[in-house]
Design a protein around this ligand. Structure first.
Ligand SMILES: [Zn+2]
Length: 267
């Protein structure tokens, strides 16, 4: 009797997990999803506004304008890419925004719905507009591939016993917000950071190169950027590396993805 119950339990769980997996058209991969796009967007917009209120945005207008210019160029590239592949509905509800925060950490992220934040501390690594396009293209790729839906779902399973987002937010607002911030490496202790996994990094690298190339930036700049970043890995690695872990294999894959990206490159 007990065995049957266990088996039944396993079947129910499996069915639940299968139902909770959604196919992301951009990557053709099934992702665990305990969160609706609508809940993700509403949380994203709230947390992004709060971040802007609690932090000092850069007063350097040249740098800020550069962030906004690169962001708009990549946004246009993404919009074109989605339209060409009949996937425009994947950008429904996006309300793009690009800002530069005065913060010595080397970090950058894009919350769901196209809410991008670049930290002034990453500019020494990006060096110029093309380098900035590497970072912003990569972050935007994570967002349009809905990687945060996947990571938030995993965190809800691991830390809150598989609650759906709206319910978790109502019952444990503080913890849910902390998990959320951990997705982007925002002001949290190292232990709370949830890194992207290798599969997600690979997808963001490939798509990021395509988007930046379509926006008119030479994707080869990605090689130099990741080399400069990984040289700083060590005792106190940049925040950016804690959410985007890198290894030797990554550079090989980036180089292998270059010919495809170059087909989209228009000078
Ligand atoms: Zn990444």
């Amino acid at each position: 009797m007990e065995k049957i119950q266990t088996r039944l339990f396993v079947i129910v769980i499996a069915a639940f997990l299968f139902q909770s997996c959604s196919l992301v058209p951009l990557t053709g991969r099934r992702q665990l999803s305990l969160v609706s796009d609508a809940d993700m967007l509403s949380m994203s917009y709230g947390q992004y506004d709060q971040f802007q209120k609690e932090n000092r945005m850069s007063s350097n207008s040249a740098d800020t304008n550069e962030v906004k210019r690169v962001g708009r160029n990549i946004q246009n590239a993404v919009t074109t890419y989605f339209a060409r592949n009949n996937m425009s509905q994947g950008l429904n509800g996006f309300a793009w925004e690009f800002n530069l925060v005065e913060n010595k950490e080397a970090n950058a992220w894009c919350m769901p719905g196209g809410k991008v934040m670049v930290y002034s501390g990453i500019l020494p690594f990006t060096r110029n507009e093309t380098g900035l396009a590497v970072v912003m293209g990569h972050e935007i790729a994570h967002a349009v591939a809905k990687h945060s839906n996947e990571r938030m779902s995993q965190a809800l399973v691991e830390q809150l016993g598989g609650q759906v987002l709206a319910q978790a937010l109502k019952q444990k607002p503080k913890q849910t917000q902390q998990i959320w911030m951990g997705l982007f490496g925002v002001g949290v202790q190292l232990g709370a950071v949830l890194p992207y996994n290798r599969l997600q990094e690979g997808e963001a690298d490939r798509l990021g190169l395509i988007f930046m190339a379509m926006a008119g930036y030479d994707p080869h700049a990605a090689i130099g950027f990741w080399q400069r970043m990984s040289q700083k890995a060590g005792k106190q690695p940049p925040e950016f590396l804690s959410t985007h872990p890198t290894d030797k294999k990554r550079m090989t894959k980036i180089i292998a993805a270059m010919p495809e990206a170059m087909r989209y490159y228009k000078k």
